[in-house]
Structures are given as C-alpha cells and as structure tokens.
Design a protein around this ligand. Sequence first.
Ligand code: SF4
Ligand code: SF4
Ligand code: SF4
Length: 187
Amino acid sequence: MLSAIVIFVGLAVVFGLLLGYAAVRFKVEGNPVAKQIDDILPQTQCGQCGYPGCKPYAEALANEEADVNLCIPGGNEVMILISEITGLEPKPLDESAAEPKPKETAFIDEDVCIGCVLCIKECPVDAIVGATKLMHTVIQSECTGCEKCVPVCPVDCIEMRPPKPSLDTWQWPEPQNRPTMEEKKHE
Ligand code: SF4
Ligand code: SF4
Ligand code: SF4
C-alpha cells in the first residue's frame, strides 16, 4: 500500500514538472498575428485609425474586425504589409480617417482622486495603477492618449497634457523675439 502511494506521488511530481516545463517552453504571448501586425505599425499611437493606439488596431485586424486601410501615417507600404499578413484584400488608404492631433497623455490630480478605480477599468492598455480608495497614477510611457479614462472620472481629476519631456525628447526652446543685428545697432 505504502509503495503504491509513493509511486503515485512520484508520478504526480514527474508529470507536474513536465507540465511546468511545457508551459514555459511553449508559452504563446497573446495573439501572434496581432503581434506581427503591431510590429509593422508606426507606433505613433495617434488614433487616426479610430482605435486607441497601434496595438488595439493590430488586435482588431487579427480578429478580422477592422479594414486594412485605416493607418494613414503608415501609408500604402504598411497597408500592403497588413494585407499580406492577414490575407485581406489591399484597399486605397481611408483618407476620411480622423485628423492627427498632437500627442497628449493623461495626468491624474492625485490630491483629488478618490480611488474609485473606474479609470483603471476603462484603460485599454493598463496604463493606470492604483487600488480601491487609494490614489491612482498614470504610467506615462504606457499611455496612448486615447482619452477613454477622462469622461469616466466622477471627480474630474484626469486631464490630458503634452507628455513631460524626457532625455530623449527634450529640445532647446525656440528663441523668441530676438532683436536683429540692425535693431541692435540702433539700441
Ligand atoms: S493610425 Fe492607428 S495604427 Fe496607425 S500609427 Fe496611428 S494609432 Fe498606430
Ligand atoms: S488616456 Fe487614459 S485610458 Fe487612454 S491609455 Fe492613457 S491612461 Fe489609459
Ligand atoms: S476615475 Fe478619477 S477618482 Fe476614480 S480612481 Fe480614476 S482618477 Fe481617481
């Protein structure tokens, strides 16, 4: 009897280890077609395609829920690549897509936030962190600027702002109203 239990426990451990190894070794990250499409999109997250960023558009394409011609910044080149990946017919670019607008990201006024978690539930890319009845904040590098979180906040403490400059994006400010050489002579 004891030997049978030992054999069963031994088998359970061996199969458990095998399953654990297979789960790690053959893990598939999300939808591979969506990933392939996302890799060729421009990643400007401008929303001109009508989706809140490149990834949601790629996922809609992979699920055959979107047209191949909605990414204006990607142009014909990207449209052709999308049709090759998805097998959908190429189409002329949809110039009626939304106007581009400067990139903005969401900021939460942490002193006003009541921690209702409504914004977290609304964010399609999990860019907001926080917990019930605790202050929430936006991970700026993850925010696509889709603005979906703004209208759901019951205390209006989310606003869209141009992203804070980073070491990669900071630029010298434009010189303003500098006097010309001629004007300097007459000063
Ligand atoms: S139109 Fe859509 S897919 Fe194309 S860059 Fe903008 S957000 Fe990305
Ligand atoms: S705007 Fe709001 S909902 Fe949209 S990605 Fe940024 S934090 Fe998420
Ligand atoms: S919806 Fe507004 S109040 Fe609620 S957690 Fe988000 S930022 Fe805070």
